[in-house]
Design a protein around this ligand. Structure first.
Ligand SMILES: [Zn+2]
Length: 164
């Protein structure tokens, strides 16, 4: 597995935006590379090393940035950042089932923080869980772990029906 925290914490997000987009900071914001941005609408939060575009609503950390900017896989984006910013990371396939549960716990922790920020709107929650499920599934996490997400998503869909 990859030490994604190390990558995220090692690279100043503002520097990464400048490095990968060639856009300089103007009035504390950057031109967004993901839409036709005329007035800088991409802002960064250095304490968390995250970025967000207020116009097209894209955002995330340096890994999402590079992945989407270059159309890379998650792992290849990590490798590219590590090379570009001289970060020493070990990339190996997770072998033990336990490792998957650790990764899942991390994802869940991140999702939880994001959810609190969006005030736990059901649709947003479904979206976040769907993304988490997709990531786990794509990288071959155990089936029962993936199924937990499917069950949670289904439960939320049900809740939505009742709530309306
Ligand atoms: Zn944008």
């Amino acid at each position: 597995m990859i030490d994604t925290d190390k990558i995220i914490q090692s690279v100043d997000i503002g520097k990464a935006i400048e490095y990968y987009t060639g856009n300089r900071k103007i009035h504390n914001k950057y031109l967004c590379p993901f839409h036709n941005d005329k007035h800088p609408s991409l802002s960064v939060k250095t304490e968390k090393q995250i970025w967000h575009c207020w116009s097209c609503d894209k955002g995330g950390n340096v890994i999402n940035l590079v992945r989407d900017l270059y159309g890379l896989s998650f792992v290849d984006a990590c490798k590219k950042i590590a090379t570009d910013f001289h970060i020493d990371i070990q990339i190996e396939e997770p072998k033990k089932k336990d490792t998957w549960y650790e990764i899942e716990a991390e994802i869940r922790k991140d999702r939880k923080e994001e959810l609190q920020e969006v005030k736990a709107d059901i649709d947003k929650e479904i979206e976040l869980l769907t993304t988490a499920h997709r990531v786990l599934f794509r990288y071959g996490a155990p089936k029962e772990l993936c199924n937990q997400y499917v069950e949670e998503i289904e439960a939320l869909e049900e809740l939505k029906k009742i709530a309306r």
